[in-house]
Design a protein around this ligand. Structure first.
Ligand code: SIN
Length: 315
């Protein structure tokens, strides 16, 4: 099994007082994080190899790092003697990286991301147990991109960070966790990391230079929304918009005309909901290809990837 490090709080170092805030993420190397787990918790059960792909606070995650990570995953997964890949990552954009990897890799082996809400120097660091659980989960051989944290395993599609401080910071909403890790055993209740088939995506599409990726932004529909924000984005050259709608995907009337103008200029507009749980429900017989069941940040990734693929199909 291979453990790829990208930084985050799991690799964070704070002051000597053991505090859980005010630390610096992405300080400790992945090999150093892995050593005590391999020696004391896993006791040589698995052959583990560590590789440092990045060392950052995941708020600063970028396209180039995503591409590096996806390439590293696919190279390792191609090897017959590699059962799966574990990735240590910050919690703040974990759900975006998980979704990106699910879309571009659609892996036939497990890729399990893990993280921590407390730095490695905190009194009650949660990273070691999460890392141990992630390795155990990857060893279980269930294909797909998963996130192991706080004793739970979540699929890439529904997972969201829902709390800024608590150790139990992730939720898949009404979908619930896909599995629990209990004393080193994984108890699965859902063995598919997505509930929808994903579009085929050429490697050459997502591997394009970051500068060539389409510019896609979120526009949130709020009380007292103003059309000027949409017009300004279109004037500045935005190439796709994801509307974070109210309730069942409704959009403030002040934004509607501006969004219509954007579409007339060839800017695709997808619709999601601000609601944390559930997805937009269409009326009987209604069809709307622009409605996404994903959270806004994941819909943005899917729209960027769809535009990349489209540019390959219609150069
Ligand atoms: C990060 O996302 O890299 C910092 C915060 C965290 O990991 O909890």
């Amino acid at each position: 099994m291979v453990i790829l490090g990208t930084g985050g709080t799991i690799a964070g170092q704070g002051q000597a007082n053991g505090a859980s805030v005010g630390y610096k993420a992405g300080q400790i190397g992945v090999a150093q994080l892995l050593q005590p787990i391999a020696d004391h918790c896993l006791q040589g059960q698995f052959e583990l190899e560590a590789e440092q792909v990045a060392q950052l606070d995941s708020k600063d995650m970028d396209i180039a790092t995503w591409q590096q990570l996806a390439k590293a995953c696919s190279q390792w997964l191609e090897q017959a003697d590699v059962a799966g890949v574990v990735i240590t990552h910050g919690t703040d954009t974990l759900e975006e990286t998980a979704w990106f990897l699910q879309c571009v890799l659609q892996p036939s082996k497990p890729v399990v991301l893990t993280c921590a809400m407390r730095p490695a120097t905190a009194l009650s660091a949660d990273g070691p147990a999460n890392l141990r659980d992630a390795v155990v989960c990857a060893a279980d051989g269930v294909a797909g991109v998963w996130v192991a944290a706080a004793g739970e395993v979540h699929g890439a599609q529904w997972l969201r960070k829902v709390h800024p401080y608590r150790v139990h910071a992730f939720s898949s909403g009404a979908q619930g966790p896909a599995a629990w890790v209990e004393e080193g055993q994984v108890r699965w209740v859902q063995r598919a990391s997505t509930t929808q088939a994903l579009p085929e995506l050429a490697t050459a599409a997502w591997a394009r230079d970051a500068q060539q990726w389409p510019w896609v932004e979120l526009v949130t529909s709020t009380a007292a929304a103003r059309a000027a924000a949409v017009d300004a984005l279109v004037t500045a050259g935005v190439q796709g918009l994801v509307v974070v709608g109210t309730g069942n995907g409704s959009i403030h009337q002040a934004l509607l005309q501006a969004l219509h103008r954007a579409m007339l200029q060839g800017v695709p507009v997808w619709r999601t909901t601000r609601c944390e749980q559930g997805q937009i429900v269409l009326a009987e017989g209604e069809q709307d290809a622009a409605v996404s069941p994903l959270s806004p940040v994941k819909a943005r990734i899917s729209l960027m990837l769809a535009l990349l693929q489209k540019s390959m199909d219609q150069p």
